[in-house]
Design a protein around this ligand. Structure first.
Ligand SMILES: NC(=O)c1ccc[n+]([C@@H]2O[C@H](COP(=O)([O-])OP(=O)(O)OC[C@H]3O[C@@H](n4cnc5c(N)ncnc54)[C@H](OP(=O)(O)O)[C@@H]3O)[C@@H](O)[C@H]2O)c1
Length: 430
């Protein structure tokens, strides 16, 4: 008789409860696919009395989640508490040290301590798996570890935060501004009460850090990411983007440059006919450019109970089968310590929107500053008179260096006729 894989789950929130449901509903199928039963033995969460809509009748309750890490009847600990430190980190480390395999959805933890935890797993000969941590239900870590493993990744990019994508999509569809759409998204449950992690780009950066590590065989480097959120994107910019043939998306992008690995998260203008421009609402997508395979795109739901549980259970089936792969595709001891390519060195085209006093000479002054930095213009749009005497002027540039653009923006912002800080959005040629 085959021994079951004995599972302990810490955290019974959105993801944890989903995993309990999936294990119960697909028990027979998972036994076949995993080669043995996947048996939930024990769980832990903060409150034992909370109503959760899951059946925990035959499952042991551990008051302290750390007890799962040392329990003799558990083979794999599933960490679904969250947070980059504290109990989640302690649980993962203790579990690996006690010889348990670990499955987690915790991108914050991996972004901060991924290399160290992968090294610990390897030293202990245990599996560390985290499919659910990046792009929820989309099996992109598996794609890098398995289907695309023969390729050198040239670059990758993706829509990694469903909340931001929902807000940007709704702003485009309704013409409403960021603050209003965010408030509606919060009321509808698409955005957290404290939206900072999402709208300021941090959640997307956590995922990008993990993805980059797996794609480029490098140590996860979260501090090396240039991060900007979507708060400064206005419905006016979205409208101008449409006129220019673009859509605005919050992307996470990574590629190797001669200076190191460039990782950035910020709003981007993407060509309206690029496939990623059509990933709308809460959906996520990841595009991976491999040297032999070419461009591949994965899309699906990046969050939510079902999709995330689907990814966690995929990892559990791997553990049941004893599929032992390095967490970041190459052995942890061989992960490269690559420097972050400085953002100043980034080269690309730019969109700049200025709000200017409608008086002669402004355009000449702006053009003069750009010329001094050897930034050449691709196009310029100017709108008619507004009642307040301010008009938007939109410029797009040919490829230039970020440092030049930033110097020019600083000088342009100081012009008397420029009413507010210029809005800059990078244009990506995908
Ligand atoms: N939600 C998603 O769609 C999604 C997608 C991808 C990845 N993730 C990641 O998955 C993880 C879990 O997210 P979630 O959305 O399921 O979070 P959540 O709904 O807030 O659930 C967190 C769970 O952790 C429990 N918990 C908190 N402190 C604890 C402690 N000291 N000991 C034991 N349990 C404790 C909570 O207990 P109580 O229920 O008793 O309060 C709750 O059950 C996070 O790392 C998150 O980033 C989530």
């Amino acid at each position: 008789m085959t021994l079951p894989l004995k599972i302990g789950i810490a955290g019974l929130g959105t993801v944890g409860a989903g995993v309990v449901k999936l294990l119960a509903e697909h028990g027979a199928l998972l036994s076949l696919r995993g080669g043995r039963p996947l048996k939930l033995v024990a769980v832990s969460a903060r409150s034992r009395t909370k109503k959760r809509d899951i059946d925990l009748g035959k499952v042991r309750w551990e008051k302290n989640a750390l007890a799962l890490a040392t329990a003799s009847d558990i083979d794999v600990v599933v960490e679904l508490i969250g947070g980059s430190g504290g109990i989640a980190r302690q649980l993962v480390q203790t579990a690996l040290r006690s010889g348990k395999h670990v499955v987690t959805a915790n991108k914050a933890l991996l972004a901060m301590h991924g290399a160290e935890i992968a090294a610990l797993a390897e030293r202990r000969g245990r599996i560390l798996a985290f499919e659910a941590a990046v792009a929820g239900g989309i099996p992109v870590i598996k794609a890098l570890r398995e289907g695309l493993v023969g390729n050198r990744v040239r670059r990758l990019y993706g829509i990694l935060n469903g909340t931001c994508n929902y807000i940007l999509t709704t702003m485009r569809e309704t013409g409403r501004d960021f603050g209003i759409v965010l408030a509606e998204a919060q009321a509808a449950g698409y955005a957290e009460a404290d939206p900072r992690f999402d709208v300021d780009g941090i959640d997307a950066a956590h995922k990008l850090a993990v993805l980059t590590g797996a794609a480029f065989g490098a140590k996860v480097n979260f501090p090396g990411i240039h991060v900007e959120g979507i708060r400064r994107v206005t419905s006016m910019d979205i409208q101008f983007a449409e006129e220019l043939g673009y859509r605005i998306k919050l992307l996470g992008l990574a590629r190797e440059t001669k200076y190191g690995i460039e990782q950035r998260v910020h709003p981007c203008m993407v060509p309206a006919d690029a496939p990623i421009a059509h990933i709308e609402g809460v959906f996520n997508a990841v595009v991976i450019d491999g040297d032999f395979v070419g461009t591949t795109m994965f899309q699906g739901r990046g969050a939510g109970q079902g999709p995330t549980a689907s990814a966690v259970v995929a990892d559990l089936v791997d553990v049941a089968r004893g599929r032992h792969m390095p967490a970041f595709v190459v052995p942890a001891a061989r992960l490269a310590d690559r420097p972050a390519s400085p953002m100043d060195r980034h080269a690309g085209a730019y969109y700049m929107r200025l709000m200017v006093q409608d008086r002669p000479g402004v355009i000449a002054a702006v053009s003069g500053i750009l010329a001094k930095e050897r930034i050449s213009l691709e196009s310029m749009l100017q709108r008619g008179r507004s009642q307040a005497g301010q008009v938007p002027v939109v410029l797009t540039t040919h490829e230039t260096e970020e440092a030049r653009m930033q110097r020019a923006v600083t000088r342009i912002a100081k012009l008397k006729a420029v009413a507010e800080a210029p809005c800059i959005i990078r244009i990506e040629s995908l």
